[in-house]
Design a protein around this ligand. Structure first.
Ligand code: FE
Length: 215
């Protein structure tokens, strides 16, 4: 697997801090010391981007693809442009590729060298994504890793592991679960999890029947 990889972006520092990173850290320390910023408030802000704002964008992309075949075709053909149609652009998302999961193919995404991740659609990467065990084992034993995430794939399903680079970022288009036929785009988006878009989970069917289902 070839891996063109430059480490000019953020993530686990494996190099000296950049000028911007130094300034951010200096500002954070100063604001905290002066009592102007509560570190807990900063943590809450980061958590928002990690677990709420970011993945909700990707979920809207997935839901649109599920309900609009023409959009899905554009997404698979030129993901960067199709994602930009919904307004999601920016750093770490300049060159997007969307990978479609099907009953016979399961895609999962890793960055073996650091933590490359599609920020505009998924926000900041979770800690486990950046951890050395995930980065090595996703390649060596993808089925084992999927099992630990609670995903048991039948033997006939091909697992494809995609190694992110500083240029290309991947987003998995998970399978639309059964029992969602009457659901609106917004209701569908609410079902889509961050992990399903990294390819370490499937989207679970709704617990209750869709609100839009005719009585
Ligand atoms: Fe990386």
């Amino acid at each position: 697997m070839s891996h063109e990889h430059r480490h000019e972006h953020g993530g686990t520092p494996q190099r000296p801090l950049t000028e911007t990173e130094l300034r951010v850290r200096a500002l954070e320390s100063l604001l905290t010391e002066k009592g102007l910023v509560d570190p807990k408030a900063l943590d809450a802000l980061i958590d928002t981007y990690e677990t709420k704002v970011g993945p909700r964008n990707g979920a809207r992309v997935v839901a649109r693809a599920w309900v609009d075949p023409a959009y899905k075709a554009r997404l698979l053909n030129d993901a960067t442009a199709a994602i930009a149609e919904l307004g999601y652009t920016g750093r770490q998302g300049e060159e997007m590729v969307v990978l479609e999961n099907t009953p016979t193919v399961h895609n999962m995404v890793v960055c073996t060298l650091c933590s490359c991740y599609p920020w505009p659609v998924l926000g900041l990467p979770p800690v486990w994504y950046k951890s050395p065990p995930y980065r090595s084992r996703a390649v060596l034993d993808p089925r084992g890793v999927l099992g630990e995430f609670g995903v048991a794939l039948p033997d006939g399903v091909e697992v494809r592991v995609w190694d992110s680079t500083s240029e290309v970022r991947y987003l998995v288009l998970p399978e639309r679960p059964p029992g969602t036929e009457g659901m609106s785009e917004g209701e569908l988006a609410a079902l889509v999890t961050r992990d399903s878009m990294i390819g370490v989970a499937r989207v679970a069917p709704p617990v209750r029947p869709a609100a839009g289902t005719p009585a």
